[in-house]
Design a protein around this ligand. Structure first.
Ligand SMILES: Nc1nc2c(ncn2[C@@H]2O[C@H](COP(=O)(O)OP(=O)(O)OP(=O)(O)O)[C@@H](O)[C@H]2O)c(=O)[nH]1
Length: 213
């Protein structure tokens, strides 16, 4: 894969490690920083300063393959948003809303449209409805999240970062797998089109020889 990193094995052979760049996006206070920190440290910390922008590098194994994840925890506050920069940088997006905040849900639906417009493609993403521990304050139904994810053609998770459910790791891993699948398809397409070009030139040469020109 083109977006890889060469790492030496113990036997001295170079091995390509996938590098995946993920941006975590959502309105202020939906739990983006808590989600990233939970994934990286398996801990939940109740209070963070509102994020400006924070990035992390994380090395892990997914499906028995070494992976480097670069994770950008973006600013939720509108005036801090430097969207174009991270949209172009990222391979995929974790779109987070809080099930207790209707506006945060509407925001991510609009953000997805914006991401598709900037990237000029249907971007790879997962949709995450956070804070399900606050069920009594629920403002967004499970099936609304599920339907939005269907429209976005992406995976959907409802979770609680504070409860520390197993699915938090799965959110990041699932997005990595989707990105990897997409890159493989794109590479295959590129290889096929260069093979087609070679075949085309070869056929023209054969025609010329056949015509005696
Ligand atoms: N009850 C509950 N609170 C949560 C959960 N996840 C995060 N929080 C709380 O929500 C608040 C905001 O969390 P952050 O992780 O700072 O949210 P953020 O989206 O990064 O916010 P910005 O940095 O301002 O964009 C904090 O008080 C967290 O403790 C959760 O699953 N359940």
């Amino acid at each position: 894969m083109s977006n890889g990193l060469n790492i030496m094995n113990t036997n001295g052979r170079a091995k390509t490690t996938d590098v995946t760049k993920l941006a975590v996006i959502g309105r202020a206070a939906v739990g983006k920083s808590a989600l990233v920190v939970r994934f990286l440290t398996r801990r939940f910390i109740w209070e963070y300063d509102p994020t400006l922008e924070c990035s992390y590098k994380h090395t892990t194994n997914i499906d028995e393959e070494p992976v480097v994840m670069e994770i950008l925890d973006t600013a939720g506050q509108e005036e801090n948003i430097n969207r174009e920069g991270y949209v172009k940088w990222a391979d995929g997006f974790i779109l987070v809303y809080s099930i207790t905040d209707r506006q945060s849900f509407e925001d991510v639906v609009n953000v997805k449209q914006y991401l598709d417009d900037v990237k000029k493609t249907n971007v790879q993403c997962v949709l995450v409805g956070n804070k399900v521990d606050l069920l009594h304050e629920r403002k967004v139904d499970f099936c609304e999240g599920e339907m939005a994810a269907q429209d976005m053609a992406c995976a959907f998770f409802e979770t609680s970062v504070s409860d520390g459910r197993e699915d938090i790791t799965e959110i990041f891993h699932e997005l990595h797998r989707d990105i990897k699948r997409r890159k493989m398809m794109e590479n295959k397409g590129r290889r096929r089109s260069s093979a087609q070009q070679v075949r085309h030139v070869f056929n023209r040469m054969l025609n010329k020889i056949g015509n005696g020109t």
